[in-house]
Design a protein around this ligand. Structure first.
Ligand code: ZN
Ligand code: ZN
Length: 251
């Protein structure tokens, strides 16, 4: 079964590469000829997250009279705030899949363009000495480069001139979070991160970045490791978030 699946992916990959050779100017999401790797129409279909938002975790609030959500009142996060410009659905989900599963690394500036614009407009929310990407589950198995969080960190660094410091790694192997339910996600990443080069971040304010926030388990555990290593203040920026986040349920 696994062999068959691998073969299918390879054939699809070859077909994609062939299409790009024949039609170099087509949008990789809708195939229209626009001269851009991801067209403006597709980028405009990324769904922005509108206020009111919880001042801490950035989750949309139903009641505009509230400032902080129930989760954050019951369990205040270790980070100061978390913000994400878009929902993880529709065209954005397709675009991230190109980076994550089809290795279309060269598309990252186009895909993260809107996120960088949001970051520049809201940079006052994220004062930081360093941008620190969340390591991907693949990096817990082998030394691999170009995870989506590293690519996002690179894009945000170029937009803000805040340098990237890759100082988080795994204490053990972890499973891909998207294959697990909410409770399993918290268990999967519990105490799974460690900090290297802690001298450089001790007493500093840092920005943690990831491509998606779902339950918040990964961000929470990375924040725990960073706090224990002596980081003074943590801000979080994620490209996207799923709706209806059950952030603190299993912590
Ligand atoms: Zn398009
Ligand atoms: Zn909150």
């Amino acid at each position: 079964m696994a062999g068959k699946r691998k073969k299918e992916i390879t054939v699809v990959g070859l077909f994609d590469n062939l299409l790009e050779l024949i039609f170099p100017n087509h949008c990789r999401l809708c195939d229209s000829e626009t001269g851009e790797p991801i067209c403006r129409k597709c980028l405009n279909e990324f769904n922005p997250i509108f206020p009111p938002l919880c001042k801490i975790c950035g989750n949309p609030l139903r009641d505009s009279g509230m400032e902080i959500c129930q989760d954050c009142i019951l369990n205040k996060p270790r980070y100061i705030l978390c913000r994400s410009p878009f929902y993880y659905n529709g065209k954005l989900k397709e675009a991230l899949a190109l980076l994550k599963f089809k290795n279309k690394i060269d598309l990252f500036p186009a895909i993260f363009k809107g996120a960088c614009e949001y970051f520049r407009e809201n940079e006052f929310l994220f004062p930081a000495k360093y941008i620190i990407p969340v390591p991907s589950h693949r990096q817990s198995y082998a030394k691999v480069n170009n995870s989506t969080s590293q690519l996002l960190a690179q894009a945000v660094s170029q937009a803000s001139e805040i340098p990237v410091l890759e100082c988080l790694s795994h204490t053990r192997k972890i499973e891909p979070q998207h294959k697990l339910n909410s409770k399993q996600r918290w268990e999967n990443v519990k105490k799974a991160f460690k900090v290297e080069r802690s001298d450089e971040i001790k007493g500093r304010t840092i920005l943690l970045v990831d491509d998606i926030i779902t339950t918040g388990a990964t961000v929470s555990e990375c924040s725990r490791a960073l706090s224990e290593a002596g980081v003074a203040k943590i801000h979080v920026f994620t490209f996207s978030r799923t709706a209806g986040l059950e952030r603190k349920k299993y912590e």
